[in-house]
Design a protein around this ligand. Sequence first.
Ligand code: SF4
Ligand code: SF4
Ligand code: FES
Length: 248
Amino acid sequence: MRIIIDGVSCESAPGEFVKTVADRNNISIPSLCHHSALPGLAACRLCVVEVTPSGGKTQVVTSCVYPASDGLEVSTKSERILRLRKTILKLLISRAPKAEGRLKEYCEQYGVVDSFKPADFDESCILCGLCVKACDELGNSAIATVMRGIQKQVQTAFDEAPHECIGCASCAKVCPTGKIIWSQDDGSRTIWNKCFELVRCSCCGKPFATSEELTWLTNKSIDQNIDLSLCPTCRARKTAKAAISPVR
Ligand code: SF4
Ligand code: SF4
Ligand code: FES
């Protein structure tokens, strides 16, 4: 099956999301709440595109959840889409004027500077839900959205250091606005008001994970041969070495 994105014919599986097909073909569609491992949120609306199904009408859809169909034509940068994307960015940055990360970069790229909120409005979360989904998918559910309306925010239970948290920082890494602050020094990592001691790699000696993360990995790991005393770099080096060693 094939779809046409910005004039480029792209191979696609039936039902595959348009954004996934575009990503695979290096066609860039701006997005904030989409992560290839955590699809389906469709909260930010930034990934809008125009689609025209074979023999159908043109409409605006969110490409991260719109399924491809044979002969579908997609436009990611029409005048209408660029105008819409700019408006969406304006609304997002108004909700989160202190945002950093990808949201700030997109605003710069699209020339969006003004915000409807006063300069002292201290918010950087667009409530996309990606952090909560990441933590839920890991099976930890240490954070959630709490309160309602303009007071809605991502928090831990009772705003306390969550005992379910393993200090993996996945929530912070997927956040598109830099809202979730974490820090790490030579021996510890702090996130959500909880301080974790870091375990050192048995080969290079660098601190690389919290012991809670390693316990989690031990419990979840399908491959029991993974050496969790090694950091990812040393582990990859060891695997590469084993792959090129002559078979005795
Ligand atoms: S750092 Fe804690 S809250 Fe964040 S994803 Fe990991 S377990 Fe969840
Ligand atoms: S903290 Fe970041 S990832 Fe979580 S909802 Fe807010 S913007 Fe999204
Ligand atoms: S990336 Fe599609 S709605 Fe956010």
